[in-house]
Design a protein around this ligand. Structure first.
Ligand code: NDP
Length: 449
């Protein structure tokens, strides 16, 4: 009797905490916190690096109120050149989605919908580079570099507008595939309503915004930083540090576009809805924050400690690690595409056959790879991702934490993501996931974590 009454008293209390956590913390406070901090962080860093060029401690600790105020007040919000650039990028992105190419399927959703895409990513990247690189070679671009801070401000606004459009579209004209609203507009705006928002069969808004806008802008900005820095150097000088960082980020981005079909199987595309978190993130946060090492290096004086020999070593290590990141992602992709009938590191793939129930209670089958990279840790691809990022930050050496901020952010993001993915897979596969965790014991670093 006693334990029963205790149980009755405790259960509602436990539910209240759970309800508070979900409804107040997870669905209101966290989204609001992120929607307030990320635009501030983006504009602030852009301002400090591009306009003030002050040490971070001075700008943030001693002078924070003035810095943040000026960061917002000095942006030219309706800069015609910036909005023209945004329009051109979107226009080219839309055209690129219609380039002739073979179709392929994305992963099936829990309600049985299979998204269809076309292999246009790498063509888009190659054409974009074939146009951009000669233009950068011919024309001086320092005046465009000087516009980057205004451009970041305009991207922040544009991102909010697109997310509002996505929210309204999700409410009124949801596309096929998963979509649902919680009824809490803050969370629905932040997280998104639709998984696969489309404007037509070919126009996937996720591909348009993530790949054809955010990721390519990252590439353009990295190249712009390098060229404008090159224009500022005296005859005979060469910025090895910025060059190494530029080459490594460019190889990483070229790899991304080459592997775009693989990206369509990732958590961003097959799990996360398309709202502020992913959409605004790719419109404003990726171009504003991800190239931070390039932004920093392009306004710093040359560092004589970063010699040609260090440059070569840095490049070789960086290329090798980006290769490992690609190889590990590709291994899983080939494994799934061949239904496990493939050779991994010279031997037939080892696997666990798993089952799960979809939204309609139908039992579906899946396979989990337990050999090759995927036998080392459950997210070795994240480890390589972090190592490659470290290798394009390291040319800045150790005078300031600023060029390492993206690495810091990515470390938190990927650790959190690996936990999120672990929870998702545990829920989806149940005992099979526990069996998999018994075989592949570590999350990211063998024998450590
Ligand atoms: P993964 O590619 O690791 O995909 C995880 C999913 O793969 C799981 O949800 C599960 O999906 C399936 N899976 C997990 N383990 C196995 C296994 N052993 N065998 C077969 N399938 C398995 O994660 P991401 O999508 O997050 O990352 C993809 C790439 O993108 C990585 O290289 C990552 O580093 C990079 N990335 C970069 C970011 C950046 O901002 N720079 C951010 C995030 C990712 P299922 O339900 O199908 O079983």
């Amino acid at each position: 009797m006693v334990s029963n009454s205790k149980f009755r008293q405790q259960k509602p209390a436990k539910n209240v905490w759970k309800l508070l956590y979900n409804k107040l913390f997870r669905e209101i406070l966290v989204p609001l916190f992120l929607m307030i901090t990320t635009p501030n962080l983006t504009i602030l860093l852009s301002y400090i690096i591009l306009k003030q060029n002050k040490p971070l401690t001075e700008a943030l600790i001693y002078d924070f109120p003035t810095t943040i105020q000026n960061a917002w007040l000095t942006v030219h919000w309706f800069d015609l050149q910036c909005w023209t650039a945004i329009g051109l990028l979107l226009g080219w992105g839309l055209i690129s989605l219609h380039l002739p190419a073979k179709p392929y399927n994305g992963p099936i959703t829990s309600n049985g919908f299979t998204p269809k895409y076309w292999h246009t990513g790498f063509r888009f990247y190659l054409i974009s580079m074939a146009i951009t690189v000669p233009l950068l070679y011919i024309y001086r671009v320092s005046h465009l570099f000087d516009k980057l801070y205004d451009f970041t401000g305009n991207l922040i606004v544009f991102g909010f507008i697109v997310c509002l459009f996505l929210y309204i579209k999700g409410l009124l004209w949801p596309s096929k595939g998963l979509h649902n609203r919680t009824g809490n507009p803050i969370f629905d705006y932040y997280w998104g309503i639709e998984l696969y928002p489309h404007l037509s069969a070919r126009i996937s808004l996720k591909i348009l915004i993530i790949c054809r806008f955010g990721l390519i802008l990252w590439q353009y900005i990295v190249l712009l930083c390098w060229k404008s820095n090159y224009e500022s150097l005296a005859n005979g000088q060469f910025n090895y540090a910025l060059t190494a960082s530029t080459i490594l980020q460019s190889i990483y981005l070229a790899k991304f576009f080459y592997w775009e079909d693989g990206y369509m199987n990732t958590i961003d595309t097959s799990v996360d809805r398309f709202g502020y978190m992913v959409c605004w993130g790719c419109i404003a946060y990726v171009p504003g924050f991800y190239p931070i090492t390039s932004l920093y290096l392009s306004v710093q004086p040359l560092n004589p400690n970063y010699t040609f020999q260090v440059f070569l070593l840095n490049l070789l290590c960086g290329i090798a690690v980006i290769g490992l990141n690609y190889w590990s992602d590709q291994q899983k992709l080939v494994f799934r595409a061949t239904n496990g009938k493939c050779i991994i590191w010279g031997k037939p793939a080892k696997l666990i056959r798993a089952e799960y129930e979809d939204d309609f209670g139908k039992v579906r089958k899946s396979i989990l790879l337990t050999s090759g990279f995927w036998g080392l840790t459950r997210h070795i691809n994240y480890t390589f991702e972090l190592m490659s990022t470290f290798l394009w930050c390291i040319p800045s050496l150790f005078n300031s934490p600023v060029p390492y901020l993206y690495l810091l952010f990515l470390t938190v993001l990927l650790i959190h993501r690996s936990v999120r993915d672990d929870n998702k897979c545990a829920k989806k596969y149940g005992k099979y996931w526990q069996q998999y965790k018994g075989v592949v014991k570590y999350q990211m670093i063998p024998y450590v974590y």
